[in-house]
Design a protein around this ligand. Sequence first.
Ligand SMILES: Nc1ncnc2c1ncn2[C@@H]1O[C@H](COP(=O)(O)OP(=O)(O)OP(=O)(O)O)[C@@H](O)[C@H]1O
Ligand SMILES: [Mg+2]
Length: 505
Amino acid sequence: MAPLLEMRGISKRFPGVIALDQVSLAVGRGEVLALCGENGAGKSTLMKILGGVYQPEEGELFVDGKPVKISGVTDSMALGIAFIHQELNNLDNLDIAANIFLGREPRNRLGLIDRRKIHADAEPLLRRLGLDMPSTTPLGELSLARQQLVEVAKALSLDAKVIIMDEPTSSLTLAETERLLEVIAELKGQGVSIIYISHRLAEVTHCADRVEVLRDGKNAGGLAKNEIDHDSIVAKMVGREINYARSSPPAAEAKGHLEVRSARSGRFPAQCLSFDAGRGEILGFAGLVGAGRSEIMKAMVGLDPDGSAEVSLGGERLKIRHSRDAISHGIFLVPEDRRKEGLITDMSVRENITLPDLRSYASQGLLSRTRETRAAQEQIGKLAIKTPGPEAMVRNLSGGNQQKVAIGKWLAMSPKVLILDEPTRGIDIGAKAEIYALMRALAADGAVVIVVSSDMEELLHISHRIAVMHEGRITGFLDHSACTEQNVMQLAVGRSVSAAIPPLS
Ligand SMILES: Nc1ncnc2c1ncn2[C@@H]1O[C@H](COP(=O)(O)OP(=O)(O)OP(=O)(O)O)[C@@H](O)[C@H]1O
Ligand SMILES: [Mg+2]
């Protein structure tokens, strides 16, 4: 029997880039196919061809063995293909139900949108995904994680034959991810096919029936169910060794180099917390999503109008009212939602990297393009950003490479304190190791590095010490030797741990 969906010899070029070179892919009915590959390998581009976003220069598409042409998003939907994009494009001010049925709202006899039906249809979808909130909630009030689940609800509502999930879990919590994996198993049981893209290889090994790997825009081989394991995927993806060593204990330097006292966020106004970090230290912040970690970091750098914090660096008390104050003291935050807060995607890689510190590229009031280009090129090299050059638009880079630009723009400024919120979300395993190495190098140079991450493996791997938060407060600090998954989890749910150092009062 012909596969449900087949792509044959697909090629797609962009100015200066061959994104896909004669790529083939087939998906069977009720099959979960994982599509793996490094950042910029061509995964999203291949899926955008299925989704009708791009037209290939070469190649053919078949559904049920019959040739088809997908000229636009409507063609794709009509063929039963639902696409959950890597970068969400939701309308924040519409409610959940309106987003799910956007553009295909049921109408009543007067031709008006039937709101009652929209909500009645949306509610069971939300329950099915374990989203415990009314469908009338404006989307903008949801965390990125929950917005992603709304996208899944939208695909479910389309009754799709194939659901493409491009990095669906990159911002989901453990529990949310598990729920999604259950939903995938249910869908598969109902004969729905899934194309699953993720850099989290544990998920891939857990849910995939087959793995197809892309490398530099070409097929790099596949793995059958019984061949799928972490190392085989990585070997096909990168074809080289990855140095993945855990951070050794820090050379304990001046412990209280960075002192944060009475930090308070607008979200948890009744809680206030304090912590210290030393020069050369990588301090991890663990906690469940919603524990208030990002909010405290924003309060620290003047990005939370309702928050406040007393911050001292090297014994000097700093006045931080606005983010520009923090920047002028060398304290930078790479935010969680980089597309919204961290990047201007309609600008070039060079412009994004030099933007926070334009003054240092100017002489006599004129910007030095040469100096800017040099700085941009340095970060492109350091972070192995895959781009045709510094003048490429950020919006044209692959998802993971956009993340690297967001990190690069702060690294270029030699930070004294660098706060990274979910630094490697959506970043491939090789690039992760590179980013960890850069964080270590920055710390070894005397900077304080603070990492907020939901990726437990990452936190245990990179941190010298971990502060754990629960409902807006720190429940304990774990020294390097006490940093275990179990200790972190206990503190994260608000229990006490004997190996932990209690919070500063
Ligand atoms: N619209 C575009 N214009 C120019 N180049 C593009 C465009 N879209 C993608 N590219 C390039 O095509 C290549 C493949 O990108 P793609 O987004 O498919 O990668 P990916 O495998 O999804 O990576 P990631 O894991 O980072 O999401 C990259 O080099 C990217 O810069
Ligand atoms: Mg992608």
